[in-house]
Design a protein around this ligand. Structure first.
Ligand SMILES: [Zn+2]
Length: 264
């Protein structure tokens, strides 16, 4: 019997995961993986009508409902919007979150994106992956979790619309075909009603779900399928080099299905 692989999707704000990698998380759940969705902040700046505390309560609940749709856990690391910094305390907090989730595989924000919260999340998670197995790296918690046995496999999701800060497209290393499960990904994003309604009021159209559909269709067209998600694997020196993610979803990275041989 295969071991249960553990997956952590850790991005900056509630709904980032739903835009960039929820389809792949659905496939990983189908493959028997345990999935945790975590956000750095509760999205406390994502409202013009509620104060920070009130919108945080709403958005934590929306994120929890979205995760529950696929039997995933949800956690918030309780940083605040536009106040995520790459400093000592933050790295220890993210490391503790990794040690508690104990992931074999992590999906996180890309190193370059349109907003600082995404970029700092990316670097904190990258370095927490390195720190989490180090026994001498303490997290200053009352009941700290044990160090990880090894560095997890690390993947970066797409930036918003797959562009860097100068608007240039960033190519994916590989794609995951999510066509079959796209309706569930859309439902997960629909759980974030506070954001969707805000955009409907601001722009007069239901742009929220359309942005998601347009982007997955764009990545899909690159490999000749209806909907896909793009990823880059971080392969810095001591990090795992083999592509566990593709292995678990039994795809070749170009939209073809492989015969499932899950390691374990
Ligand atoms: Zn975000």
């Amino acid at each position: 019997m295969s071991a249960t692989f553990r997956v952590l999707a850790l991005h900056a704000h509630p709904d980032d995961v739903e835009f960039q990698c929820a389809g792949t998380l659905i496939l990983l759940r189908e493959a028997g993986c345990a999935v945790t969705i975590a956000t750095m902040t509760p999205g406390d700046c994502g409202s013009a009508e509620h104060d920070a505390e009130a919108i945080s309560v709403i958005r934590r609940e929306e994120a929890r409902a979205s995760a529950a749709m696929i039997g995933a856990e949800y956690q918030c690391l309780e940083f605040r919007d536009l106040a995520i910094f790459n400093d000592d305390e933050s790295r220890r907090r993210v490391t503790e979150a990794l040690r508690r989730a104990r992931p074999d595989l992590i999906l996180t924000a890309p190193p370059v994106d349109y907003i600082v919260d995404h970029e700092v999340t990316s670097v904190l998670v990258r370095d927490a992956c390195f720190a989490a197995p180090c026994p001498n790296y303490t997290t200053r918690q009352w009941e700290p979790a044990l160090p990880l046995a090894k560095i997890p496999h690390l993947y970066f999701v797409d930036s918003l619309e797959g562009r860097d800060r100068d608007g240039r497209p960033v190519a994916a290393d590989f794609h995951v075909d999510i066509s079959r499960v796209f309706p569930i990904k859309r439902e997960m994003l629909s759980c974030h009603a506070s954001q969707r309604n805000w955009l409907i009021r601001q722009h007069g159209i239901d742009e929220y779900l359309e942005v998601q559909a347009k982007w997955s269709a764009h990545r899909g067209a690159e490999i000749g399928v209806a909907h896909a998600e793009g990823f880059r694997q971080y392969r810095g020196h001591p990090y795992p080099q083999d592509n566990l993610l593709l292995h678990l979803v039994a795809q070749d990275g170009l939209g073809k299905r492989l015969t499932a041989t899950i390691p374990g």
